[in-house]
Design a protein around this ligand. Structure first.
Ligand SMILES: C[S@@+](CC[C@H](N)C(=O)[O-])C[C@H]1O[C@@H](n2cnc3c(N)ncnc32)[C@H](O)[C@@H]1O
Length: 304
């Protein structure tokens, strides 16, 4: 086995260019499909669906030998299927079956480490036991609710809260900015939180009728934190330029009026890497591309 002194960054599907741009600071050594291998230890990378820490190369003669080498390192492995699909699946079949079932929200993150591996050629594989995501190739799937929420946006908030490892608690106050038609408000209300929903467009009538949801038809940018008062969660899914959202977030951070933040940064046309980097640089926060994000990133900052 050879240790390589590199890190593997698996790009979120369709966002390889954004990840390459983000990794410009490191020397990119090679690309295998969506997996970019770059020099040095793992660093945060928002456009990576999964980060392979300290991958190594395993040489093998037979399928059984390959599976045994992986099992000798740890129990759970997910394959990144990129080449030699038949041989790769024969190896994966010899490894313990790993859950992979959709989660029923709310659920804690799986605790067991999940490694990732891929075939390099017929007799060599690349494997990383320590990966950033507890889900195969970073894909967190849920058992969907196809009747209650008015759209599929709720899946982003389910995913963000699951990865954050913290949920709004019953009775906590949440500000939902850009709330219409109400998927996020529905999530927050279903957790027992109280919701102030802000949007100039109306909420779906069934969401508006739920107890604990108070709708205000105003612009989120016109709200003064001091006039709203302290909130436990500030959630934003507003369609707006990233720089405008950054100003809003900074205003709320400076006011000290919001304890936890979950915000979608939406890109129209070109990715605004400068604003993304400014979000990533906010102390104590995380910036990531969720499995349910489109051309968006999700920024999370939790109270200490
Ligand atoms: C993607 S939708 C939000 C979906 C919502 N999170 C859900 O789960 O149903 C974006 C929303 O941002 C709202 N929006 C745009 N500019 C806004 C502003 N200045 N203030 C409040 N909402 C705004 C739009 O009206 C739109 O409803």
């Amino acid at each position: 086995m050879d240790r390589l002194g590199i890190t593997g960054y698996l790009a979120a599907e369709g966002f390889e260019a954004q990840l390459e741009r983000e990794l410009e600071r490191d020397r990119i050594r090679k690309r295998h499909g969506r997996l970019i291998l770059a020099d040095g230890p793992a660093r945060p990378a928002a456009w990576a669906a999964n980060i392979w820490r300290d991958p190594l190369i395993i040489e093998f003669e037979s399928i059984s030998q390959a599976a045994a080498a992986l099992r000798a390192i740890q129990r759970n492995w997910a394959i990144y299927p990129h080449r030699l699909h038949r041989r790769a699946s024969l190896i994966q079949e010899k490894l313990p079956h790993v859950g992979g079932k959709p989660l029923q929200f709310p659920a804690p993150l799986p605790k067991a480490p999940l490694g990732s591996w891929m075939m390099l050629d017929a007799n060599r594989l690349l494997a990383a036991a320590h990966c950033s995501s507890a889900f195969a190739n970073g894909a967190l799937e849920f058992i969907e609710n196809k009747s209650a929420p008015p759209n599929r946006a709720y899946l982003k908030l389910w995913e963000a809260l699951t990865l954050a490892g913290r949920m709004p608690q019953p009775g906590e106050l949440c500000l939902d900015l850009g709330a219409s038609p109400g998927g996020w408000s529905w999530v927050l209300q279903s957790l027992g939180a109280r919701v102030i929903a802000i949007d100039r467009a109306p909420l779906d009538p069934e969401i508006a009728a739920l107890s604990g949801i108070c709708y205000r038809a105003v612009s989120a940018f016109a709200l003064e934190p001091q006039s709203v008062g302290p909130v436990d969660w500030l959630c934003s899914d507003i369609v707006c330029y990233p720089a405008k959202l950054l100003e809003l977030v900074k205003r709320w951070l400076e006011s000290g009026m919001a304890r936890n933040f979950v915000c979608t940064i939406k890109f129209q046309g070109e990715t605004d890497h400068t604003s993304a980097a400014a979000f990533a640089a906010i102390p104590g926060s995380r910036l990531m591309h969720l499995h349910h994000n489109k051309h968006e990133l999700t920024w999370i900052r939790l109270a200490a």
